[in-house]
Design a binder for this molecule. Structure first.
Ligand code: ATP
Ligand code: MG
Length: 621
């Protein structure tokens, strides 16, 4: 591996104390952090077990572990490299705290119970969880929350829920994700013995992607810093890449680092090793439009490459087809292989069209740490309904029915489904028939089942004539599936689930026949998508943090998508775009389209900003 440059060398050899390395994308922050771990172990004889390396997303943690191997070889697995949440989980468990983690879904059910018990009507569970989560990530306890919001009736009610929610959780030894942070903070803060123990064990603390720390995480880090200065707190980040404000993260932590840690040293890495000058120019053109930033220039000694390429298409669908053409051309005429390429998008739902078109054209792809479109829960629910409607008297129908019996909630538990299955086996019925004939004693369950079969029966008898899109719409509206799925999980910043269901509807609209559409969808559910890193990578920009690819396609550069209409913070949206384009090493494609669902789509302001200076090659659809 090539040597570190003098700036990187200096940063990696920093001795005891506090140090922040602020630097542009691709300047070797992660690389320098890994080399620093190598130096600590090999040169200073620090046992790997005494080093803790933290970051914020799972992909980034995987990347760190991957990159330490060439530096430390076998010893690399002895260094604790992980996300901050998983570190907190381990710490609490090691301190003998017995608890289970509530999944997003369980959390939603739990909070609803609390709201019901308190007889509060004016709030939605999703909103309440959002407020509580934000408070916890800012270490605002329930009492403080109440005082802060005194006079605001709704918020005071939320404070009541907050209190009851926490009380009930502890009574049942449960925690949600945010509790991991809060409880770890409290433990380190209140127990000097425990704090000192961890300060001693992890005498060298390193944090990558530091710009993403929220206040709770920051306080935990502060408590872990060795107080006697025998050891170090070394962190690195780039304020331009702060894109997690929805978790309460604040760019302020890195911008004001010096005032938070007056004795700290600040270092800067200037040279980018990742990208061509053309790609860096695009990055610079974009980010200079942000006011809130530490000014850094992006420069590289890398040789000139291609100009940034703009793909202009008539619609989202032609955009995907154009991608396929470009990918095929690259594959045939260059050395780039599928795994050198990544397609990045702002919102989860955007993957649907790309996946479909890629599958049709046999382009292999994979979605890392994510689910392919047709495997997403909300999409599966609707497909399961279609399956029951189209073939209730088959094994496929049995499986589908079991999947949706309790969606939306009909108070049907696993025990009931077990009884139903035995009854079906005994009578040699398929499940749907068994459901209609099983004697049910509990009146409210009987009522719910009758409502379900009453809804499905007419659809089943019309299944050959009804269009799939119509059936999906009926299921969604009659059973209020939209509300069910939005409340089932953690509130997502993008209303991702509703968008995914809308996408399914669009996809179904091309078919006249339910069966034909189901066969089409089934083609995706086990195809193309693989766990390993083969094929073109498809991921949201947030998941691409810290990664790099020789060829990057950024799709959907239209107003309303990037920037998304759901985020009023344009500077953050611009940073998100910046993260996306700075993943590219050699080739960067920026893609936009002219119409969306028949409406004119406006080109993203970010694309205009990037193109501001140089004129670029245009490839038209
Ligand atoms: P990001 O902000 O996107 O996380 P980063 O600052 O962490 O970027 P790295 O991912 O560590 O940057 O490095 C970018 C690329 O540059 C990697 O491929 C890395 O191996 C390479 N690189 C880093 N330092 C050097 C060097 N001194 N010589 C050659 N290549 C280097
Ligand atoms: Mg990095």
């Amino acid at each position: 591996m090539s040597d570190l440059n003098p700036e990187q060398q200096k940063a990696s050899e920093f001795t005891d104390g506090v140090c922040v390395v602020i630097a542009v994308p691709g300047s070797g922050k992660t690389r320098t952090m890994m080399e620093r771990i190598g130096i600590l172990v090999n040169k200073h004889g620090i046992p790997p077990e005494n080093i803790l390396g933290l970051t914020f997303t799972r992909n980034a943690a995987d990347e760190m572990r991957h990159r330490l191997v060439p530096v430390l070889g076998e010893m690399s697995s002895r260094v604790f490299l992980t996300t901050i949440h998983s570190f907190c989980y381990t710490l609490l468990r090691s301190e003998g705290i017995v608890f289970e983690i509530l999944s997003g879904r369980e959390q939603m059910i739990f909070i609803k119970e609390v709201i019901k018990k308190l007889k509060i009507r004016e709030v939605s569970a999703g909103m309440v969880l959002g407020e509580i989560s934000l408070a916890k990530n800012n270490l605002i306890g329930c009492e403080e929350f109440r005082v802060m919001h005194a006079g605001d009736r709704t918020m005071v009610r939320i404070a009541d829920i907050y209190e009851a929610y926490d009380r009930e959780k502890s009574a049942r030894m449960l925690m949600d994700f945010d509790d991991l942070l809060v409880r770890t903070h409290d433990m380190l803060n209140n127990r000097i013995d425990i704090r000192e123990k961890y300060q001693e064990v992890f005498c060298h603390l390193l944090v990558d992607e530091f710009q993403d720390t929220n206040p709770a995480q920051m306080e935990i880090l502060k408590l872990l810093i060795p107080e006697n200065r025998q050891g170090s707190f070394w962190c690195t980040g780039d304020d331009h890449q702060a894109i997690f404000s929805f978790t309460g993260a604040s760019v302020g932590n890195i911008i004001h680092f010096k005032s938070i840690f007056p004795d700290s040293q600040q270092m800067i890495l200037h040279v980018n090793y990742r990208s061509t000058p053309q790609i860096l120019a695009a990055c610079q053109n974009l980010i200079r439009h942000n006011e809130k930033q530490i000014h850094k220039t992006l420069k590289t000694d890398n040789p000139d490459g291609e100009e940034v390429i703009v793909l202009e298409s008539s619609s989202e669908e032609t955009e995907a087809i154009n991608l396929v053409h470009e990918i095929q051309t690259l594959k045939e005429s260059t050395d780039y292989d599928y795994q050198d390429m990544a397609v990045l998008y702002r919102c989860n739902f955007q993957s649907r069209i790309i996946e479909e078109v890629f599958s049709q054209h046999k382009i292999p792809y994979h979605i890392e740490n994510g689910l392919c479109f047709y495997d997403r829960r909300e999409v599966k629910i609707l497909l399961d309904y279609l399956r029951v409607i189209s073939s209730p008297e088959t094994d496929e129908g049995d499986e589908a029915l079991a999947g949706i019996l309790n969606v939306p909630n009909r108070y049907i538990g696993r025990k009931f489904i077990g009884e139903l299955r035995s009854f079906a086996a005994e009578k040699q019925f398929h499940l749907y028939r068994a459901l209609k004939e099983l004697p049910v004693t509990l009146p409210y369950i009987r009522k719910n089942i009758q409502a379900l079969t009453g809804f499905l029966d007419p659809l089943i008898s019309e299944a050959g004539h009804i269009r799939p899109a119509e059936a999906i719409s009926l299921v969604r509206t009659s059973l209020d599936i939209d509300r069910y799925v939005s409340e089932e999980d953690m509130p997502s910043p993008d209303d991702v689930k509703i968008q995914n269901m809308d996408q399914l509807l669009l996809s179904a609209a091309r078919y006249d026949d339910i069966r034909a559409f189901l066969d089409y969808a089934a083609g995706f559910q086990n195809e193309s998508v693989s766990d390993n890193r083969e094929g073109v990578s498809l991921m949201t920009i947030h998941k691409a943090k810290g990664l790099e690819f020789p060829v990057v396609f950024l799709v959907g550069m239209v107003e309303g998508i990037l920037p998304t209409r759901r985020n009023e913070n344009i500077e953050e949206e611009r940073r998100i775009c910046f993260v996306a384009i700075s993943r590219a090493m050699h080739l960067l494609y920026l893609s936009h389209y002219m119409t969306c669902l028949g409406q004119a789509a406006r080109t993203s302001r970010f694309l205009c900003e990037i193109l501001g200076q140089e004129t670029d090659k245009k490839v038209s659809a």
